[in-house]
Structure formats: structure tokens, C-alpha cells
Design a protein around this ligand. Structure first.
Ligand SMILES: *Cc1c(COP(=O)(O)O)cnc(C)c1O
Length: 409
């Protein structure tokens, strides 16, 4: 009899977003006239920048002509895109990242999961709590954890609580961990890390032979000039960090799909015989074997992000969402609600009023003002008592939602 990967049975079946959908649908059915505003799921709402669309249309035309038609591209991505990323996103910030170290992919979600392919199965893995669920579930699928307890915590993982008490930045663990997932600016809390905080992690990783998985999907939303955009702004990070970036949030590519992972040539990890192996080689081999590259058309669209028009359009897009975040922060604060984040990240992390649980506050908002957010407890046990509101929406919806919430909290 054929057997399955039993690890999938450990996953918490249909939790956060399916449960939100279930409650919203039940409410909508019972109240067909309610005008529900969804500030829950972290998807963008505004159209693709013109520069990206123009570049993609041109690329489609090239595909229609035998002379310019493209078949399989390089698995690592086209050089012209990798070059622009290296120059604009890294070298311009003083980071030593070469284009050969940039691997273009169809998403950071898959990359943060796939990266586990090149690591051993006995590493100690640390995640923050609350956390982007992909980091946890992909480790469960790979068999790196035991079963979950009642709080939803998986045996074998090291959970680092992030709460208001520690400014939503995890304390450096006292024990040794091999792999640490960091996400800054953070989803879901909207927190950012200072240079000093990242330096402490890099120092820890170097002292312990650990690797940091740095998810910088929201770096474009940083407005504070003191906040680093890349882990490679920290000295020594090339020896201990892999960075993930995506065009999903800055350029609205959630439905278009393009991202990148940086694996420095200097980064190594150990084989069982004690030799240090270059991770770049393993990731290059992994991608060449299991991936055939991102569509030429899409890579041309991503390249346009770095043109002068593209840069201006992306800046406008980011500032549009960040103005939403400002409205959310200011309106909730004026209504006496404690909020965090939303300054260098498109998420506002709300302390639930009157000590309501995350789900009770969710139900309260849904039923009284027909606004949907995301219960903090869905991102981890330490998210209990918090609630995420996303700035990814139309201005009209954000203003209307805030008017309704502030009249009722
Ligand atoms: C949205 C998001 C990403 C981007 O994922 P893609 O697969 O590139 O769309 C990565 N990390 C986090 C934490 C995110 O919220």
C-alpha cells in the first residue's frame, strides 16, 4: 500500500484564514445587507505600475516573433534582472552582494519553504511567536518537528515571543539554535529592527555557527533612514545569512509572481564529515534541478521596477499604502486604542480593547461594524490579545472602516 508523508497530518488543519472565511461567510449569509470591509488578508489591492505593464506588454510582443522569442531561461534568472537588483537594492546601500548570488524565483513563500531542501534534518530551528505561518508549516512538512500542543506550538521548535514588552523584537536565545527565521519589517506586528538588534543576531549566529533566514519582503515600506533594509547592511552577515525579497508587496506582484533569494558565495554549513560546504552551490543545484525559472515576461516586468518611471511609481504605491496605515494608526489612537507598527510596515498591530481575546475582538468588529481583520492569536500563542489590520486596501474602504470602528470601540 502506498503511504503518505505523515508529517502533513501534524499540521493544524484549516486554521487562520479558512476560519476567518468561515465566520465571515456565516455572518454574510445571515446578514445579506451588511457591507463588509476586509482588512484581513495581506494582499495588495492597487493595480500594477504602468512601467511594469508596459515592459510586460513589450515582452509579450517579443514572444510573438521568432527572432526575439524566448524558451527556457536561466534557472537562476536573467542576468539583466540580477544585475539591476544587485546594483539598486544592495550595492547602492553599501551591501556587498554580487549578481551571481541573486536567485530569481516565483515567490518568497516558496523560497522560504524550499530553502529547507539544502539543510539537514537535525537542525534546531527558532521562530518568533507570533510568526508568518509558512516558516513553521514548512518545517512541520519536512519532519523537523513533533506534534503540536494545545496552544498550537510544535514540539522541537524554539519559539521566541515578541510582544509589546520587548518592542516586538525577540530576545537573543541563551541556547544554541542552528536556524533562525527573522522577518523585518515584520508581518504581522509591523515592527522593525535597528542596526544594533540585527548586529546582535549576526554576532550570535557567527558565534554559534547558525544561519539566519532574513525575510525582507516589506523592506520598501521602511521610511526611517536609520532602519536597515537588508541584513547585509550588517558586517559579517555574508557569513551567516540568507535573504528573501519579493516584488509582491512593493510592486503589487502578488498575482504576477516574482521574488529573489540571496545566497552569498561566502556562506557555508557543515557536512557530517565536518567539511564546510558552500550553500550557494547546493541552492544553485537545487534550483537547477527542481525549478525552470520565472517567465521572461514577468522578469521584464520586474526589471521595470528599477527604471526611473518604475521607481517613481513604486514609491507612490508604497506611500499610498503607508498613508492608509497612518489613517488607521491615527484614528485608532484617537479612539483610545493602543496600536503598534504601521510606521515602517503596512500592518498595524492592535492591542485588543478591554482585554478581549483576539477572536472575541474579531467577532465584535465583524458583528457590530462589519469590518474584518486578522486575530493575532492565529499567528502564534503570543499573538493572543492582539489583532492585525492591513493597510492594503482602497482609501475609501480604510476611511469607512475607521469611521465605523472608532464609533463603536
Ligand atoms: C507577502 C509576504 C511574502 C511574499 O511572498 P510571495 O510568495 O513573494 O508573494 C514573504 N514573506 C512574508 C512575511 C510576507 O508577508
Amino acid at each position: 500500500m502506498t503511504t503518505i508523508n505523515e508529517n502533513y497530518l501534524k499540521l493544524k488543519a484549516g486554521y487562520l484564514f479558512p476560519e476567518i472565511a468561515r465566520r465571515v461567510n456565516a455572518f454574510a449569509q445571515a446578514n445579506p445587507d451588511a457591507k463588509i470591509i476586509r482588512l484581513g488578508i495581506g494582499d495588495v489591492t492597487e493595480p500594477l505600475p504602468t512601467a511594469c505593464r508596459t515592459a510586460m506588454i513589450k515582452a509579450v510582443e517579443e514572444m510573438g516573433d521568432r527572432a526575439t522569442f524566448k524558451g527556457y531561461g536561466p534557472e537562476q534568472g536573467y542576468d539583466w534582472l540580477r544585475e539591476k537588483i544587485a546594483a539598486h537594492d544592495y550595492q547602492a546601500r553599501g551591501c556587498e552582494v554580487d549578481k551571481s548570488e541573486i536567485f530569481i524565483s516565483d515567490g518568497s513563500k516558496c523560497d522560504t519553504g524550499n530553502i529547507l531542501d539544502i539543510f539537514g534534518n537535525n537542525n534546531t530551528i527558532a521562530v518568533t511567536d507570533p510568526v508568518y505561518p509558512v516558516y513553521v508549516d514548512t518545517n512541520v512538512m519536512a519532519g523537523h518537528t513533533g506534534p503540536a500542543n494545545e496552544a498550537g506550538e510544535f514540539g522541537g521548535l524554539v519559539y521566541l515571543p515578541i510582544t509589546a514588552e520587548n518592542n516586538f523584537t525577540a530576545q537573543i536565545p541563551s541556547q544554541k539554535v542552528d536556524i533562525i527565521y527573522l522577518c523585518f519589517p515584520n508581518n504581522p506586528t509591523g515592527a522593525v529592527a535597528t542596526k544594533e538588534h540585527l548586529k546582535a543576531w549576526v554576532d550570535y549566529a557567527k558565534a554559534n555557527g547558525s544561519i539566519i533566514f532574513f525575510d525582507a519582503a516589506y523592506e520598501a515600506f521602511i521610511s526611517d533612514p536609520e532602519i536597515p533594509h537588508s541584513i547585509y547592511e550588517i558586517e559579517g552577515a555574508r557569513d551567516c545569512a540568507i535573504e528573501f525579497r519579493s516584488f509582491s508587496k512593493n510592486a503589487g506582484f502578488t498575482g504576477t509572481r516574482c521574488a529573489l533569494t540571496v545566497v552569498p558565495q561566502t556562506l557555508t554549513a557543515q557536512a557530517s564529515d565536518g567539511t564546510n560546504v558552500e550553500l550557494w552551490k547546493l541552492w544553485n543545484r537545487r534550483q537547477s534541478t527542481k525549478f525552470n525559472g520565472v517567465s521572461y515576461i514577468i522578469q521584464r516586468g520586474a526589471e521595470a521596477v528599477y527604471s526611473p518611471e518604475g521607481e517613481a511609481q513604486i514609491k507612490a504605491l508604497v506611500s499610498f499604502y503607508m498613508s492608509n496605515a497612518k489613517i488607521i494608526r491615527e484614528q485608532l489612537t484617537a479612539a483610545g486604542v493602543q496600536v503598534y507598527g504601521g510606521v515602517n510596515a503596512p500592518y498595524v498591530w492592535v492591542k485588543t480593547p478591554n482585554s478581549l481575546s483576539s477572536w472575541d475582538f474579531f467577532d465584535h468588529l465583524l458583528q457590530t461594524v462589519n469590518v474584518v481583520g486578522t486575530p493575532g492569536s492565529g499567528f502564534g500563542a503570543s499573538g493572543e490579545g492582539y489583532f492585525r489590520i492591513s493597510a492594503f486596501n482602497s482609501r475609501e474602504n480604510v476611511e469607512e472602516a475607521m469611521k465605523r470602528i472608532t464609533s463603536r470601540v
